[in-house]
Design a protein around this ligand. Structure first.
Ligand code: EPZ
Length: 420
């Protein structure tokens, strides 16, 4: 397994282009299963999870023509597709559960492996199953697989999610696009920008989806038309580079992203002391000499501070000049990075889902092990400002969600090398 060797501390300066959003691409690619006609998806990030989703679609019968730079996919489905998603594919990426909604809606049957849990939590799919059941899906769970079918087309329904869930909202919206009868009204939806990108794509193809706050109304149609879509930029990647600049007294120009979608994060970094200027698709950020601590940061559903940025913000608070705390309110076990940060010298105490962080940490380079995608990028950030050499193991976690990360970091002054 490849590792990264990082020689800190590094000055960060230069320009970064943000890639397409992994978490917008995954539901959009899953939704292409609804289409009879070819669909073209552009600005896909070249990351492992997208390859996994494309392979899953291929295993279901989609013909996928990739552009030379692998950022554009033309997807052509067969009349009768396969509706079996194997454990071998699903276990490597939880996002595979997003093919359940389109398969049951379009083909009225599906056999999908239950997605394994992962290090950040059990990651159940009960809200997905309950919502699809209300739309008319019948299912049993046998040998770790969801065996699902419906009597013909799904039927519009009113559904209120017991808890805000990105994936359950996405699965339900996709499934409801082709439902018959009255419209589907989904309440207490997640409203992350990636979900709005999904509904923008579907509406372009003739779906009828309207938003009002956390309520999404879908009037079912008979089929979707040929269309193409450019995936939005990855706000978590952008947020990660903004944290990096704030952490390392950096001076970055971040391109290709509409800053307003990370407004909450930028406001927090301004409180920490970063100097930030924005245009409609660029962020200019300068890190402060002194990093102010923030008493209690809490992750929340959008438009709050994203849980996918929690580990990165924890590294920043380690280097702040005072005490701070971070509460993880989305996942039950998303502090796997803390033990690794402590190996670098961090002084962090965990009480349930709250981390208490001592500031003024001097990180000393060490051997580190990645756990989940976002935790591993936090270790890279810590290594960038640590004194001495660090080795970050299991970089495949990083490659799941960050395109070309070492080249992007090298270009802005980070001494990072891949060790085969
Ligand atoms: C999506 O995961 C993202 N993944 C995650 O990003 C992100 O952290 C998460 O949303 C929260 O924003 C993709 O978009 C592919 P949820 P998802 O359903 O949909 C519980 C990354 O690094 N829950 O909003 O799985 C769940 O356990 C990944 O890119 C149920 O209990 O998140 C969690 O505690 C990590 N039952 C909470 O709800 C369900 O049926 C929120 O989960 C579904 C979820």
């Amino acid at each position: 397994m490849d590792k990264f060797l990082i020689h800190g501390p590094c000055k960060i300066k230069g320009k970064v282009s943000i890639s397409g959003s992994k978490n917008a691409s995954l539901p959009i690619l899953a939704a292409t299963l609804l289409f009879d006609k070819p669909v073209i998806i552009k600005n896909l990030p070249r990351v492992r999870d997208i390859n996994t989703m494309l392979n899953l679609l291929r295993s279901l019968g989609s013909k996928i023509i990739l552009s030379k730079d692998r950022k554009t996919a033309k997807i052509i489905n067969k009349k009768n597709m396969n509706t079996f998603a194997s454990y071998s594919l699903v276990k490597t990426m939880r996002g595979s559960i997003l093919v359940l909604g389109p398969l049951i809606s379009k083909f009225h049957k599906a056999k999908i492996s239950l997605p394994g849990g992962c290090l950040i939590g059990a990651r159940p799919v009960n809200y997905h199953l309950a919502a699809l059941k209300k739309l008319g899906m019948k299912y049993v769970i046998k040998d770790g697989y969801i065996l699902a079918k419906s009597n013909g087309r799904l039927k519009g329904e009113t559904i209120k999610f017991p808890k805000i869930s990105v994936g359950a909202t996405e699965n339900s919206i996709i499934a409801a696009c082709l439902a018959k009868g009255k419209s589907t009204k989904l309440m207490n939806c997640a409203c992350e920008p990636e979900i709005k990108d999904l509904t923008k794509f579907l509406n372009k193809a003739g779906a009828n989806i309207k938003w009002s706050g956390r309520t999404c109304t879908i009037v079912g149609v008979n089929s979707l038309a040929q269309t193409n879509h450019i995936v939005m930029a990855d706000r978590i990647e952008a947020g990660t580079f903004c944290v990096a600049a704030t952490l390392a007294k950096g001076n970055l120009e971040i391109k290709n992203l509409a800053p307003k979608i990370i407004n909450t994060e930028l406001e927090l970094l301004k409180k920490v002391g970063a100097k930030i200027k924005t245009t409609n698709n660029k962020i200019f950020i300068k890190g402060p000499d002194k990093i102010k601590s923030i008493k209690n940061i809490k992750t929340k559903e959008f438009p709050g501070i994203p849980t996918d940025l929690q580990a990165q913000l924890m590294v920043l608070m380690c280097k702040s000049i005072g005490q701070s705390s971070i509460t993880e309110s989305i996942f039950e076990n998303r502090f796997m990075h803390v033990a690794e940060l402590q190996r670098l010298g961090a002084k962090i105490d965990i009480k349930n889902n709250k981390a208490f962080i001592e500031g003024n940490t001097k990180f000393i380079g060490a051997e580190l092990m990645s756990s989940d995608l976002r935790a591993s990028v936090a270790l890279v950030l810590a290594a960038i400002v640590a004194n001495g050499k660090s080795i970050v193991g299991r970089v495949y976690h990083l490659e799941r969600g960050y395109e070309n990360i070492e080249n992007k970091l090298q270009k802005i002054g980070v001494r990072i090398k891949r060790l085969k």
